[in-house]
Design a binder for this molecule. Structure first.
Ligand code: AR6
Length: 164
């Protein structure tokens, strides 16, 4: 079962939370800002050593002061109208996060709606991509959690998961 919850990803007690970062990996607003604030300054130090991340890729750090053991930082595409490979790049983000989680033998992983904030990816297209990848990787994990920051995002995910 994929869990679709409404809440703040920084509060979750899971093996890994996913961060919707930018290519610098040096912090920002949105969920990235919230994760860095909660994890503390050691997270920024750890990120500095990663020397950035390409769009569609992902990299792992510890969770430091977060309740989650690890953070998987991924860089979603900036929406540019849909003709710039955005869907494939977003799919790649989810795939890479699951790949890293499997390599680390993690059992629980929580995702925000990568690219659906500042990067303006249309929420419904993004949610379909997220759910497809979560379903494809379900067998390898005990818990896969889609964390929705608003009730309307949660309703959207739930409607799509129910096949409507
Ligand atoms: N818990 C769960 N979801 C959250 C939280 C939270 N605490 N805070 C925001 N969201 P965004 P992006 C949701 O803008 O679009 C940063 O500056 C939010 O409602 O955080 O990938 C980075 O450094 C939205 O659905 O990420 C990059 O520069 C989703 O998280 C850029 O923003 C993603 O919104 C990345 O943009």
């Amino acid at each position: 079962m994929i869990e679709i919850i409404h809440g703040d990803i920084t509060k979750l007690v899971v093996d890994a939370i996913v961060n919707a970062a930018n290519t610098s990996l040096l912090g920002g607003g949105g969920v990235d800002g919230a994760i860095h604030r909660t994890a503390g300054p050691q997270l920024l130090n750890a990120c500095r050593e990663l020397h950035g991340c390409e769009t569609g890729d992902a990299k792992l750090t510890a969770g430091f002061l977060l309740p989650a053991r690890y953070v998987i930082h991924t860089v979603g595409p900036i929406w540019q109208g849909g003709e710039s490979n955005e869907a494939a790049l977003l799919t790649q983000c989810y795939r890479r996060c699951f790949e890293i989680a499997r390599q680390q033998q993690l059992r629980s992983i929580a995702f925000p709606g990568i690219s659906t904030g500042v990067y303006r990816f249309p929420k419904e297209i993004a949610a379909r991509i997220a759910l497809t990848q979560m379903q494809a990787n379900q067998a390898d994990f005990e818990r896969i959690i889609a964390v929705c920051f608003s009730k309307s995002d949660q309703n959207l995910y739930q409607r799509l998961a129910d096949g409507q």
